[in-house]
Ligand binder design. Structure first.
Ligand code: C5P
Length: 282
């Protein structure tokens, strides 16, 4: 069977503190987007993937699911990659989420969505949000390390929102971006509230205004090319540019897809990896 694995952007990402396990306590609104990897899942004797990564999250996801359900079957996972790796777009986690969703069907397990989400937390921090986001095609509020997820608002007023992704072709270590990042001094739920309200009411400017990312400053000081990508997108006309996840991809919402295409063309000429895409809707 074939299944699409949607990438994500973080509309907001707040770092609330550090946890006893050394991870950071987060609060983030994650929106699934139309950029996908395509996965082909085929019956096989063992669980394998064609990525060649030793710590492949898709293999981990299949193993977690097989163990949980007592499944003795294997699967061969082939991935047609379009989502850049290590770029803040949740690529590896998106693929793992799609494996959980796909194998639930292929193996005829019939697990409910909340069970798949809970298994996702055993695979990786971003996997629960991507399982929920891919399946419902709606933005997700993610908290803790990523294990607590909920739909932002069922009554989205927007159709698909056009956006541009720009990657400066650099890799930043997630660990380094989290180390020494500044925590919020006050725990202010206003950011999520503003995103939720504007999403519900279809207020584009208010939504654009409400987006933010606490990891941006640290990532940009570690890797100045992220700032350059941000400035180049602003120079092309994007009024609000943010980083997604721990970087290095930056993104901007556009009024319509023609505008997104124009920004993308400008940035491609400057040598960046670019993609004009959109958020997804039910
Ligand atoms: O989730 P993942 O294992 O890919 O994260 C890589 C590193 O990023 C972790 O080892 C940790 O240092 C940091 N991190 C964190 N808090 C999070 C997520 C990641 O400190 N919520």
């Amino acid at each position: 069977m074939k299944i699409e694995a949607n990438a994500k952007i973080n509309l907001s990402l707040e770092v609330l503190g550090i946890r006893p396990d050394g991870y950071h306590e987060l609060r983030s609104v994650v929106a699934p987007i139309a950029l996908t990897d395509t996965l082909e899942l085929t019956d096989a004797a063992d669980i394998t993937s064609d990525t060649g990564f030793a710590d492949d999250l898709t293999v981990k996801a299949a193993r977690v699911l097989a163990r949980h359900c007592g499944v003795k079957r294997g699967v061969s996972i082939r991935i047609e990659k379009r989502i850049p790796v290590g770029a803040g777009l949740g690529g590896g986690s998106a693929d793992a989420a799609a494996v959980l969703r796909g194998l639930n069907m292929l193996w005829g397990l019939g697990l409910p969505l909340d069970a798949l989400v809970a298994l996702g937390a055993e695979v990786g921090s971003d996997v629960p949000a991507l399982v929920l986001g891919q399946e419902t095609r709606q933005p997700v509020l993610m908290e803790g390390r990523g294990e607590r997820v909920a739909l932002l608002d069922k009554n989205a007023a927007f159709a698909a929102l056009p956006l541009v992704l720009v990657n400066p072709n650099v890799f930043v270590s997630t660990k380094k971006v989290f180390d020494n990042c500044l925590f919020r001094v006050t725990n202010d739920p206003k950011i999520v509230y503003n995103i939720q309200q504007s999403w519900k009411l279809g207020q584009f400017e208010a939504l654009r205004e409400a987006c933010q990312n606490d990891l941006e400053k640290n990532a940009m000081s570690l890797e100045p090319d992220i700032r350059k990508a941000c400035e180049a997108l602003e120079a092309a006309g994007a009024p609000k540019v943010h980083m997604t996840g721990s970087g290095a991809t930056v993104w901007a919402l556009a009024e319509d897809s023609a505008v997104a295409q124009r920004w993308a063309a400008d940035l491609a000429q400057a040598g960046f990896w670019v993609c004009a895409t959109n958020t997804i809707v039910r």
